[in-house]
Design a protein around this ligand. Structure first.
Ligand code: HEM
Length: 433
């Protein structure tokens, strides 16, 4: 993972087919391992030779049009692949765990209203201030552990100040989101102990938010004002109590904000920074324009295309469906199939994306799938977009940011997904711009 090299080594399908004939479990293990370490060349071979890759355990969808088709048909390809685990963690349904219910319609609309796109400029400023403070405090020894030293504290700081969710303290909030998202929700091996820890963390998060809600209510009823954050907006919307949005629904939707954000934003920052630092020429161009967010941000999004944080989006096929009907790759997906739609592959599909192996800044927005697509498209896209891009920008405004040779400079990831450490080289001078 992480190499710039685009060469397709190939031969995955031969090895897979042979392993399948001998021992299906080992074939399954091979594919899982390749998805973690060799995903770019594995997907290149699949797009070319078996774009709808049917295995006994799951089906991987690799072409752009087919990934879009899966994500557009939420009643056929449902989030029941993980929804029940999300419900279990929160103790109640949440939009990302259900498809096309009245709750999805109502609450996504409500939360879109709360997360106003017009907030982006203020959130960018907030992010920039948080990032600079952390970078100023970075030890002047030419090293920065960027996950705990920058990416997560920025995300937790935005959570505190913009969402209005500081948690009991940032460490506890970060522990809850990690337990719920990484150990519970994304842990497809379903370790029961981790599932229990995830449910416990979910209960603690919701109980904490319940206390905060009571305090907010009391403040408003006493005629005092609340700060202008998302939590306060939602509480004001629901006055008088019980009118439009019940307390339980406020709590679940507020809990969804740190869960959607605190793990994925640092993940995307780590991927984007790594991809930029791997390309010296691109990096030099990006740093040259880092004084101007409008010119700088496209570098971040193109870097993320080369390694999106969510490489696979899992779905459960609810009824038999002909995927890619009318094309040579048309495939019947039987009900009950566990489907993995692969945005990481789709964004390299030459049938849609021009010169996919080139680092280009002129990609149309609709070719970028890092925030999902269709019914479950990311609720936090406007906020997350500025937080990710501004954090990377503030980092690269510092002199001498560079990858360190492995093993020290390697991004260490839980489950191969969630970054734990990423030690960067950093100049010791002051900021340039
Ligand atoms: C402000 C920060 C964020 C919030 C509040 C947030 C929240 C959410 C929510 C609630 C959903 C589900 C929407 C639905 O079911 O209708 C969602 C989906 C999604 N989000 Fe975010 N998110 C945030 C940041 C991010 C980041 C940083 C990434 C990655 C770069 C990301 C990627 C996605 C993706 C790929 C989906 C679709 C999941 C699927 O289809 O299975 N989000 N987000």
């Amino acid at each position: 993972m992480g190499a710039v090299d685009q060469a397709t080594t190939g031969g995955y399908l031969e090895r897979y087919d042979q392993a399948l004939a001998e021992d299906p479990i080992s074939a399954f293990g091979l594919v899982r391992e390749w998805m973690r370490t060799d995903w770019r060349s594995l997907f290149a071979e699949l797009r070319e030779r078996r774009p709808v890759f049917v295995t006994p355990g799951f089906t991987v969808v690799t072409r752009f049009a087919d990934v879009a088709e899966v994500l557009a048909h939420e009643q056929v390809f449902s989030v029941r692949a993980f929804g029940p685990r999300l419900d279990a963690a929160l103790g109640a349904p949440f939009m990302l765990g259900r498809d096309a219910t009245p709750m999805n319609w109502r609450e996504k609309g409500l939360m879109q209203l709360m997360l106003a796109p017009e907030d982006a400029a203020g959130v960018r400023e907030l992010t920039g201030g948080l990032a600079d403070e952390l970078l100023d405090a970075a030890r002047p020894d030419g090293r920065l552990e960027a996950v705990e030293g920058l990416f997560r504290p920025v995300a937790l700081g935005v959570c505190a100040r913009y969402f209005g969710i500081p948690g009991p303290d940032p460490r506890t909030l970060g522990r809850w989101t990690r337990a719920i998202v990484a150990d519970g929700f994304a842990n497809f091996l379903g370790d029961p102990e981790l599932q229990a820890a995830s449910a416990k963390a979910g209960a603690e998060l919701v109980a904490h938010l319940r206390e905060q809600l009571a305090e907010h209510r009391a403040t408003l009823l006493a005629g005092r004002d609340l700060p202008d954050d998302v939590f306060a907006r939602l509480v004001r919307t629901s006055l008088p109590a019980g009118a439009a949005v019940s307390d339980d629904r406020i709590l679940i939707n507020m809990a969804g904000l740190p869960l959607g954000f605190v793990e994925s934003a640092p993940g995307a920052m780590a991927e984007a920074v790594e991809q930029l630092l791997l390309r010296p020429r691109v990096l030099a161009e990006a740093t040259a324009v880092a004084g101007d967010p409008e010119r700088f941000d496209p570098y971040v999004w193109e870097a993320l295309r080369f390694s999106p944080f969510f490489k696979l989006l899992p779905r459960l096929c609810e009824r038999d469906h002909v995927l890619a009907a009318g094309t040579p790759r048309s495939t019947v997906i039987p009900a009950g199939t566990f489907v993995l739609a692969a945005p990481a592959s789709a964004m390299f599909d030459a049938a849609v994306v021009q010169e996919p192996d080139e680092f280009r800044l002129d990609r149309p927005r609709h070719h970028q799938l890092f925030f999902g697509s269709g019914h479950h498209a990311c609720l936090g896209v406007h906020v997350a977009g500025v937080v990710i891009a501004e954090t990377v920008r503030r980092l690269l405004l510092r002199p001498g940011v560079r990858l360190l040779p492995p093993p020290e400079g390697q991004v260490e990831r839980s489950l191969g997904i969630f970054p734990d450490t990423f030690v960067l080289g950093l100049g010791t001078g002051t900021r340039e711009g």
